[in-house]
Write a protein that binds this ligand. Structure first.
Ligand code: NAD
Length: 507
């Protein structure tokens, strides 16, 4: 099926306005997508709403089986999925593979854990001996998933599949830069058994995303902080719940006792993953004085070895950036830093010999918090390094940011690493490892401060898609008609319970 007809299949058939989607490396046209009209968005949500009760009624176990079948299918088709991801984003094979692997294993995690998490729970009632109570976890209804372009598979579907697991139906609005990966994956979900009305795509730009918020019952948004604010305002007007996964400015702290070799390689890997176009990439490196010189020498060593290439295979370290806007912002940050006194010790220039959006990773030293590169989100391949006196100063500077998404600490003292991690104002921290939290499906991750509201991943990432409903049943044993809440039986029982409740936790 051609890219165009696939898009049409998902609800955009009658729209006339189109957006061209181009390969960022070759500039070839991949296809065009329709900008769905408000009527089309409303229609998609109505169909999803109609399909929701039947999807919910299939039960958590059956939905979990469908997600496992989807994961098996995606794994079998990983080469096609990776090709599409690379076509739309220009990223290297490593990045595309990790997207596939991340979603496959997340679906397996949901298969194993979602049914148990969603099971109704028995809880103590007001009058335990004559009443009993249960909490049921009901889906919101129709979830709107609005997603970005940097990880068209992982960031799109890491929010979407738990919503389905919890019994919601979903209308997705993928980024206008990477809609075809989303179409492909949605097709696989259909093949695995998700009914077509239960999961639909509406294509378009920001205006389509905005309209979607006006009709759905819950919004799961991943994107920039600026857009997240607009999403929150619009959702709040309707009093619907939302989660926001937004931008980051993640710090990496290299303590006095760090394994410098691992820290240097880890810095490069984590600052340059997906060409730096990652919300959880390392953007600020604070290196304590005693290890600074040795660290810098090793970073330079690794930076020189980087394989920046248009080619295939896992030996390519850095691929193309995805859009000109981010490339220009990256160049501007490097320029601003250099003008304000930073040293550019490696890269920092475009590589037109490789493609229009290739950029040789910039390594900047002597950066300060007066520079844009240390304050604004970086969405490109920059390693920005600052020397600090000691760990205290590193912690203070790490927290001196409006963002609070992720972060990392390198130290040989694992206990101290854990203690320092708790001092950082971030949603997740890796000690001696970057990027491991988003791949650990049992762990919640997401932002503090301007990096977001709510968490994805782990039990928290499933339960956000539910509303607890408490049901209390009175057996009527000993009940007498009464016009007061405090008839004598109730009063005596409550007084006895007060004493018991002072000592017993479960009553
Ligand atoms: P973006 O905010 O420009 O767009 C994200 C999505 O929102 C797109 O689908 C877009 O069409 C849609 N959109 C735009 N305006 C809208 C509006 N007014 N109402 C509703 N939807 C609207 O972000 P982007 O450039 O696609 O992605 C990059 C950003 O995403 C970066 O800031 C990055 O840090 C962030 N991000 C965060 C996470 C995370 O988990 N915290 C993950 C990936 C990306």
């Amino acid at each position: 099926m051609s890219a165009q007809s696939k898009t049409s299949m998902n609800g955009a058939a009658h729209s006339t306005a189109q957006i061209e989607v181009r390969n960022p490396v070759s500039r070839e046209l991949i296809g065009s997508i329709a900008i769905c009209s408000e009527d089309e968005v409303r229609g998609a949500v109505e169909r999803a709403r109609g399909a929701q009760p039947a999807w919910e009624a299939r039960g958590a176990k059956e939905r979990a089986y469908i997600l496992r079948a989807f994961a098996d299918l995606l794994w079998a088709r990983r080469t096609d999925a990776m090709r599409l991801i690379r076509q739309e984003t220009g990223k290297n094979d490593t990045g595309a593979f990790l997207e596939v692997y991340g979603i496959v294993t997340e679906a397996y995690w949901l298969y194993h854990h979602a049914p148990r998490l969603l099971r109704s729970q028995r809880r103590p009632a007001l009058l335990p001996f004559i009443q009993y109570a249960k909490v049921h976890f009901k889906p919101h209804g129709v979830v709107g998933c609005i997603t970005p372009w940097n990880y068209p598979l992982y960031n799109g579907f890491t929010d979407l599949i738990p919503a389905l697991a919890a019994g919601n139906t979903v209308v997705m609005k993928p980024s206008e830069l990477s809609p075809f990966t989303a179409n492909y994956i949605v097709d696989l979900l259909y093949q695995a058994g998700v009914p077509e009305d239960a999961l639909q795509i509406v294509t378009g730009d920001g205006s389509t995303g905005a309209v979607l918020i006006d009709y759905v019952d819950y919004v799961s948004f991943t994107g920039s902080t600026a857009t997240g604010r607009k999403v929150a305002e619009r959702a709040s007007k309707r009093l619907i719940q939302y989660t926001l996964e937004l931008g980051g400015k993640d710090p990496l702290l290299i303590l006095e006792d760090a394994n410098v070799e691992l820290a240097a390689a880890g810095t490069i890997r984590s600052a340059l993953e997906n060409c730096g176009q990652a919300c959880v990439s390392t953007e600020r490196v604070y290196v304590t004085e005693p290890v600074y010189d040795q660290y810098l020498q090793r970073v330079q060593h690794y930076a020189q070895q980087l394989n920046v290439s248009v080619g295939d295979g896992f030996s390519v370290d850095v691929g193309s950036m995805t859009n000109e806007r981010e490339l220009k912002r990256t160049e501007a940050q490097v320029e601003d830093a250099v003008v304000k006194g930073a040293k550019l010790i490696s890269g920092g220039k475009r590589r037109p010999d490789l493609g229009p959006l290739f950029f040789a990773p910039a390594v900047l030293t002597d950066v300060t918090h007066e520079m844009d590169v240390m304050r604004e989100e970086t969405f490109g391949p920059i390693v920005a390094i600052m020397k600090v006196k000691d760990t205290d100063e590193a912690v203070r500077l790490a927290n001196d940011s409006e963002y609070g998404l992720s972060g990392a600490i390198f130290t040989r003292n694992l206990t101290r690493g854990e203690e320092i991690a708790k001092m950082l104002q971030s949603g997740d921290i890796g000690v001696n490892r970057t990027y491991a939290v988003p791949g650990s499906h049992a762990l919640p991750w997401g932002g503090r401060k301007h990096s977001g509201i709510g968490r994805r991943g782990g039990p928290e990432g499933v339960m956000r898609y539910t509303q607890p409903q408490s049901v209390l049943v009175d057996t009527m044993i000993g009940s007498v008609p009464s016009l007061t809440l405090l008839d004598s039986l109730t009063m005596n029982t409550l007084l006895a319970l007060r004493v018991l409740r002072r000592y017993l936790p479960f009553i």
